[in-house]
Ligand binder design. Structure first.
Ligand SMILES: C[S@@+](CC[C@H](N)C(=O)[O-])C[C@H]1O[C@@H](n2cnc3c(N)ncnc32)[C@H](O)[C@@H]1O
Length: 294
């Protein structure tokens, strides 16, 4: 009889994956059972996320919890909602930064802003916005281009904990130099420090930037479209999904964009192999900016 895949007692805590000698088929069964349980009990559907990445993150959590198998993690997560919250933080990678990929924002300013000027009212969706740095970056660009007052930004994420940080608008002070450099390289028109005030070790961003922002929980895997948008940002999220899930999300975005609306993906993502590739033209292929044309 096969036994659950276990980390041997002798192993160090700094593991970045499962034990060296293990049964890959059994491991996959344990992982699938855990993901199924999480979905059925909590409604978070990670079943079609990219396997290698999910596997690595689950083992990281197995170790952090002081456990020795994915099956043990499954039991803990199903019986202890706090453990589920910790796992959710691991599974939904929330790494982000302001004006991430500065060139992207420069091209956004040059290519997309002129299109947005033609609309009396602008709706933007940041899907998978994490702690909000991307949203504040867009709000700053819109403000400098005189478009913020006629924009409504919907900023969504699966993870409520990151949304709470986004709403608070306080970011680590020690990252402001990096963000200032990004802002300048992105074509920023003012002094970046105009947008925040330093408080202890945090930088509190001006609430005026988010007066037209709605932060809300939304799951790209299970939830539906909720409006029509002129721009959808979904950057550095689809890389964590498998092909079938990417297809589902592309269908959601296609339905949610107005004709001639713009889709912005992350630097490692593209519309290639998507069933909607032919429905978009490239505004800037390098910066992954696409426009819906049919
Ligand atoms: C790496 S961050 C990207 C943040 C930001 N878009 C950027 O590019 O800097 C990925 C975000 O996607 C969110 N995410 C993962 N799965 C999701 C899902 N099914 N629905 C909505 N958001 C999801 C995670 O919680 C995380 O905050």
């Amino acid at each position: 009889m096969a036994v659950p895949v276990r980390v041997p007692q002798s192993r160090k805590q700094s593991l970045d994956g499962p034990p060296v000698s293990y049964n890959a088929d059994l491991e996959r069964i344990e992982i699938e059972l855990l993901l199924e349980g999480v979905y059925r009990h909590y409604g978070f559907d990670f079943r079609a996320y990219a396997y290698a990445s999910i596997r690595r993150r689950l083992w990281k959590r197995v170790e952090a919890e002081g456990l020795s198998s994915v099956s043990e993690l499954q039991a803990r997560v199903l019986h202890e909602p706090d453990a589920m919250e910790r796992l959710l933080l691991d599974l939904s990678v929330s790494v982000t930064s302001m004006f991430r990929d500065p060139k992207f924002y420069q091209v956004f300013r040059e290519e997309v802003i002129p299109l947005l000027r033609t609309y009396p009212f602008i709706r933007i969706w940041h899907a998978g916005c994490s702690t909000g740095e991307e949203v504040y970056s867009t709000a700053i660009v819109l403000e400098e281009e005189g478009l913020l007052d006629r924009s409504r930004i919907y900023a969504t994420d699966i993870n409520d904990a990151v949304l709470q940080q986004a709403r608070a608008g306080i970011f680590p002070l020690n990252r402001m130099q990096e963000y200032t450099d990004n802002y300048i390289r992105a074509g920023g028109k003012r002094s970046f420090s105009e947008y925040y005030t330093a408080k202890y070790d945090g930088a509190l961003f001006s609430p005026s930037l988010t007066k037209n922002v709605v932060f809300s929980q939304h799951n790209l895997v299970t939830d539906r479209s909720f409006a029509e948008f002129n721009v959808i940002f979904c950057r550095n999220v689809l890389i964590y999904f498998d092909r079938s899930l990417q297809h589902r999300v592309h269908a959601l975005f296609y339905e949610s964009l107005v004709m001639f609306g713009v889709l912005a993906l992350g630097s490692k993502e593209s519309l290639r192999f998507s069933q909607y590739e032919a429905c978009y033209e490239k505004l800037d292929a390098r910066e992954k900016l696409y426009r819906k044309v049919r």
